[in-house]
Ligand binder design. Structure first.
Ligand SMILES: Cc1ncc(COP(=O)(O)O)c(C=O)c1O
Length: 850
């Protein structure tokens, strides 16, 4: 690259590089009509301030859709379609019209295809799993084969669960095999073998957005492609269109797949809980059905084994009453989509352009030392909308090339109101392939405690999943710009650089792979921040009383006295702290800590993520009078008895709720507390307390083995402890970052301590030395360390106002690099003394695991 060009770029900031003008230079199909911006503001006002990039999870509905639907169902009386009265006829006719529209959308007609409504794509796939005429092997003919691309959603691979008992051969294949092993003439051409085989593939990978050739449909049916070309029998094709259909046109006349499962929320955002299986009428007669539900029989006898299925394909497979109002809503979904966009060809161009531009910039973005920022998982360079959809899958890397775990990216993205999806997206096949995870590693990761969908993002420094951003028809250039700026702000070691040669190549849409040299353009001259990591103390290991290797406290504390400086209890989960100087230790932790919680009108637990104003409620406990006081500014103080001995009746009923996925048995605290909370929070809610006779045990820790212990309504463990020195260091780090940016939100030490909502604060330590502790003794109470406390955007809630700030999560995340943890969980060992008390000023003895 000419030096002059590089120098010209030096003065540009990344912001200047990422402009609508530069976007339009490489893509001319943005938006639908000149009023695109107004349409977005009018139809999607609810996403103002949010950068929604999870359209592959679900897309969003325009406001006019629900308005039109509401008017429709307010005007018309829709009866059960199985009756024959006028309102039922209206439903029946409208539903038939919707079936017609669905087929029209996919460029086919009712004489070629039938529409079977299901609850979603997965239910459509399950229907095929259960009704495809799988055949076990016989002396004369081979068994059916269930062949699937490894890059399929779990819901497709799961068909295997239904077929394995039948002797059906599962055959996972890669796309390379399908084409490389294709044959012009199929084996045993002309054989009379009728064994049915099924080939399943996604029109678009929900992991990488790769679009697989629609030509596979005819290629497999004609037994030209592998494995159809190598086997006898009849091959049928299931084309999973769930991901593809949301942004791409599908022409079933040209690509007549036998089975096409769909979920409508992915196309329209509304209605949810509705999908369909489109079935070729030629193939339909093949499907078998064992169960018969309401509406599916032409005739049957209650007292004799006699059943004749309904002749109509849809009636035969739609068990019970279909979700008719949702189906009617689809009418308005199609209307809105067409009015706003003009059709799927336009949606495809618009969304692809945004994904392409994001890909181009993200893949050229580098740290100040020249290391790339992102590892992108894709098979294409986003040259063509017929091979690539509007999905971008990647992991971010630090300036040493180490992967940054996806849950860290997710948490920070949430902080900036950027909504992405992380994990492995129910597509283990693609995840393994792109991330290089072996089968053995999947199994050992499970043993290490990682299950699909959790936040264990790195095992031994290697990623277990990734980050996915995906666009929808209402996505804007601002969405892609917000996302790229977020990556630059939070993850790029300054000065930001761009691999200009790569960017130029991607812009010109060539895919030449000969750029060996990375020519980097310096865009800003910002100095990186430097905060020294804590110094590693020299330590003398000794064997501790629990059998592990421990290091004496003196070895690390450099002779400073360690002591307890603060005790906080949080009587009501997510409400303000109640600070005390002496407090009894109860069987579940500090007595009455998280003994209560607030639930909304549907009984769902409220926390500060959902309702930040909870922190403005100040509960206090008065042990002598056995009362819990509720206080908040502008409200009269009320009291609630600590023990609820009332018989369960209407206002003190026993209820079930959930805390961190665990069911908990609770007792309602009555109408007075409920109205007080409802008035203050401005929504119907109730106060509930944990039932005294209900026992909930702590989950098995991923990090440390601890004896199982009983918990209050707390999320993870009985106690959370933080180290004053770690808070000090973090505060210095925040201040130094703020000095180098315009963002001034000074946080004093007390505010910062408040953000971490600890029970115990300890002084006299080195920063972060608590991370490695295994045990500690406070006064005469022995504690075991149950693991480090992972942090999320909740520490962004200012505990005195309820306002959300980006600090301290931003600085903590920058400082901690890998896992964003702060503080440790404790459980107490058996309480010898039932009068045990913790007091401020008590000395603390700690021990380290080796
Ligand atoms: C390609 C693909 N197939 C199947 C599914 C399952 O769809 P649903 O969860 O709506 O049943 C999804 C969902 O993301 C998908 O992307």
């Amino acid at each position: 690259m000419p030096l002059q060009k590089a120098m010209e770029k030096e003065s540009l900031s990344f912001n200047q590089l990422c402009t609508i003008e530069s976007f339009e230079e490489v893509w001319s199909h943005y938006g639908y009509k000149s009023d695109f911006k107004d349409v977005i503001e009018r139809e999607f006002s609810r996403i103002k301030g949010i950068t929604y990039l999870d359209h592959a999870g679900t897309t969003l509905y325009p406001e006019s859709l629900v308005r039109e639907f509401y008017q429709d169902i307010s005007r018309n009386v829709y009866g059960n379609p199985h009756s024959h009265n006028p309102s039922s006829r209206l439903t029946h006719d409208t539903v038939e019209h919707v079936r017609y529209r669905i087929l029209q959308h996919f460029n086919t007609t009712p004489d070629k295809y039938s529409v079977i409504f299901t609850s979603g794509c997965t239910a459509a796939l399950k229907l095929i799993a259960e009704s495809f005429p799988w055949r076990p092997p016989t002396a004369a003919e081979p068994a059916s084969q269930f062949c699937y691309l490894t890059d399929n959603h779990t819901s497709v691979v799961g068909i295997r669960g239904a077929t394995s008992a039948l002797g059906v051969v599962p055959l996972p294949v890669s796309p390379e095999e399908i084409e490389a092993r294709a044959k012009d003439v199929a084996q045993s051409e002309g054989s009379s073998c009728q064994t049915p085989h099924l080939f399943c593939y996604p029109a678009q990978s929900n992991f990488s957005g790769r679009k697989y050739p629609l030509g596979y449909v005819r290629g497999i049916q004609a037994r030209k492609l592998y494995p159809a070309c190598d086997s006898q029998g009849r091959w049928f094709v299931l084309l999973d269109a769930a991901s593809f259909a949301s942004c791409s046109p599908l022409d079933l006349q040209e690509h007549p797949a036998d089975f096409v499962p769909l979920s409508f929320y992915k196309m329209f955002g509304f209605p949810t809980g509705l999908g369909a299986l489109l079935v070729r009428n030629d193939t339909a007669a093949l499907l078998r059905k064992a169960y018969f539900g309401g509406g599916t029989a032409a005739a049957y006898l209650a007292g004799e084994n006699y059943y004749v299925p309904a002749p109509n394909m849809a009636n035969r497979f739609e068990d019970g009453t279909i979700s008719f109002l949702d189906i009617i809503a689809l009418n308005h979904s199609f209307d809105a989509l067409h009015t706003l966009t003009g059709g799927m060809d336009k949606v495809q161009l618009h969304t692809f352009g945004l994904a392409r531009y994001t890909y181009m910039l993200l893949s050229s973005l580098c740290h100040g030392n020249g290391q790339p920022v992102a590892q992108i998982y894709s098979d294409s360079e986003f040259e063509n909308p017929s091979t690539q959809g509007a999905i971008l899958n990647f992991n971010l890397m630090d300036c040493h090339g180490q992967i940054i775990g996806y849950s860290q990216v997710d948490k920070l993205a949430s902080l900036f109101n950027i909504h992405v999806r992380t994990g492995c997206f129910c597509n283990t096949g693609a995840c393994q392939l792109f991330l290089g995870i072996t089968n053995q590693e999947v199994k050992s990761n499970l043993q290490a405690g990682h299950v699909c969908g959790d936040n264990i993002d790195l095992v031994d420094g290697r990623p277990t999943g990734s980050v996915r951003v995906s666009f929808g028809y209402m996505s804007t250039f601002q969405d892609c710009r917000n996302f790229l700026n977020f990556v630059v702000d939070c993850f790029v070691e300054k000065p930001v650089k761009v691999d200009q040669e790569k960017l130029d190549r991607l812009k010109s849409n060539t895919s030449s792979k000969d750029s060996s040299q990375c020519l980097l353009t310096m865009l800003t001259n910002e100095k990186p921040n430097h905060i020294d990591n804590r110094e590693q103390a020299s330590t003398d290991p000794v064997v501790n009383e629990y059998g592990g290797v421990a290091i004496t406290k003196e070895a690390k504390s450099h002779g400073k006295a360690q002591y307890l400086t603060n005790i906080y209890i949080y009587p009501i989960k997510s409400c303000a702290a109640f600070e005390v100087t002496d407090w009894p230790v109860g069987p579940l932790g500090l007595l009455h800590d998280r003994g209560w919680m607030v639930v909304n009108g549907n009984g769902v637990c409220l926390n500060q993520k959902r309702e930040p104003r909870l922190c403005l409620i100040h509960p206090q406990i008065y042990l002598p009078s056995n009362t819990l006081l509720l206080q908040a500014s502008g409200m009269d103080t009320i009291s609630v008895p600590l023990e609820n001995h009332n018989e369960p009746h209407q206002s003190h009923r026993v209820c079930q709720s959930k805390v961190c996925g665990d069911r908990v048995q609770t007792v309602d605290c009555g109408d007075e507390a409920a109205s007080w909370l409802s008035e203050f929070l401005g929504q119907p809610c109730r106060l509930i307390m944990q039932s005294p006779d209900f026992i909930r045990n702590m989950k098995k820790s991923h990090e440390k083995e601890v004896s199982s212990t009983a918990l209050s309504l707390v999320n993870e463990a009985q106690y959370l402890m933080i180290n004053h020195a770690s808070v000090d260091l973090l505060q210095r780090h925040i201040t130094s970052r703020q000095e180098s940016s315009d963002d001034h939100q000074p946080l004093d030490i007390q505010q910062l301590i408040g953000r971490f909502r600890a029970n115990l604060v300890i002084s006299g330590l080195e920063p972060f030395e608590e991370d490695d502790w295994s045990h500690l003794i406070i006064g005469s109470t022995h504690f075991q360390v149950a693991g480090r406390c992972g942090r999320c955007q909740m520490i962004g809630v200012d505990q005195s106002t309820g306002a959300k700030t980006k600090e301290p999560l931003l600085s903590l995340s920058a400082y901690r690099k890998g896992k964003v943890t702060f503080g440790v969980y404790l459980v107490h060992k058996s309480l010898d003394d039932s009068n045990a008390t913790l007091s401020v000023g008590t000395s603390v003895m700690s021990q380290w695991s080796g």
